[in-house]
Design a protein around this ligand. Structure first.
Ligand code: MRU
Length: 338
């Protein structure tokens, strides 16, 4: 199994996603600051994987703390939680995982630091293990939605790399492939950071899943030719009414799918649902560096002075989503995750 995030006994090891598909190297993190830098730089990315990495970041902060009392220890943890929470604003799994770690610390304040540190490490490992289990459950719930001989289109990377392993949308594709149902996966390259071509295509090659890479602008044409049976994507944050934030371009794919009468599915764990947000209008959308749009990788493809708008995510209205596949089952419109 592809393991993008793992604990090696003393350090957090992250499969460096900025180096894929060319090199497979792990980046070791020994401090919460290194984990925060890795999240910011997309060494680890994808909503669930960010949450898992952040949970280990808090466990690292506990190991780093030299505080002599509980108040000092808690202050060190809070500093780490704040720092990790400031890395990326859209994926709610990050804040969900940090809150879970905070609650674990507060519930065990009476323990000696060493023991509490171990509890936090165990909790981070539980976040990781539960994520893999949730993904497998999503795969099992999602596979029946995939018809035999399916041609599936996906956007961005919501595979093993974006999670603790197996994947959300990628998990549904894997589960359907394991049942012999997948004829082809259309992989949108996913401008501007190319998570589709760099990461999803890499996973497809590794797993031997038949696929074809297309530029994002080819998706409409492929649908028009009748060569897509369903779309499945991941999510970064789902509002109570089912509005879903995901990688920029997802909304356009959903509109195209509706126009062509193609089911559009979202696969995500419950940790991606934000019960505090009624609709997608309240979701904070991360804006990233202009260089991502002014170039492809290292190569400049636009004037250095051209003004840029670079939202990393968009919001697909719930009405365009045929079903949301979770580890607790398949939900259909109208959604109510209150
Ligand atoms: O900017 P990224 O690469 O972190 O964006 C990732 C996505 O949009 C994924 O589709 C989403 O996090 C779901 S991952 C299971």
């Amino acid at each position: 199994m592809i393991s993008p995030v793992r604990w090696d006994g003393s350090r957090l090891m992250l499969l460096d996603q900025t180096r894929l598909p060319v090199e497979e190297v792990e980046k070791p993190c020994s401090s919460w600051q290194e984990v925060a830098d890795a999240i910011r730089a997309l060494v680890v990315r994808g909503a669930p994987a960010i949450g898992v990495a952040a949970a280990f970041g808090v466990a690292l902060a506990a190991r780093q703390s030299r505080a002599g009392d509980w108040e000092g220890f808690l202050a060190d943890l809070e500093e780490a939680i704040k720092g990790l929470g400031a890395t990326r604003p859209t994926a709610v799994n990050l804040f969900w995982a940090l809150e879970r770690m905070r609650r674990m610390a507060l519930a065990n304040w009476h323990l000696a630091h060493g023991e509490l540190g171990q509890r936090l490490l165990d909790e981070a490992q539980a976040v990781l293990d539960e994520d893999v289990a949730a993904n497998r459950a999503m795969g099992a719930f999602g596979a029946p939605l995939v018809p035999a001989g399916a041609r599936i289109l996906t956007h961005c990377n919501a595979g093993a790399l974006a999670t603790a392993g197996y994947g959300t949308a990628g998990g549904v594709i894997r589960a359907a492939h394991e049942r012999g149902k997948v004829a082809l996966v259309w992989v949108n390259e996913t401008r501007p950071v190319m998570q589709g071509s760099r990461l999803t295509a890499w996973e497809m090659v590794r797993e031997g899943i038949p696929h074809r890479l297309i530029s994002d602008v080819a998706a409409a044409f492929v649908m028009k030719r009748g060569e897509v049976d369903l779309v499945v994507t991941g999510a970064d944050r789902i509002a109570v009414n089912g509005d879903t934030a995901n990688k920029i371009g997802t909304y356009g794919v959903a509109v195209l799918a509706r126009h062509h009468g193609i089911p559009f599915y979202v696969a995500a764990p419950f940790s991606t649902i934000d019960p505090a947000i009624a609709t997608g209008a309240s979701i904070v959308i991360e804006e990233r560096d202009a260089a991502e749009v002014r170039g492809v990788g290292e190569r400049q493809t636009a004037p250095a002075t051209s003004p840029v708008f670079n939202p990393a995510f968009d919001v697909t209205p719930a009405g365009l989503i045929s079903a949301i596949i979770t580890e607790r089952g398949v939900f259909r419109f109208p959604y109510d995750f209150s």
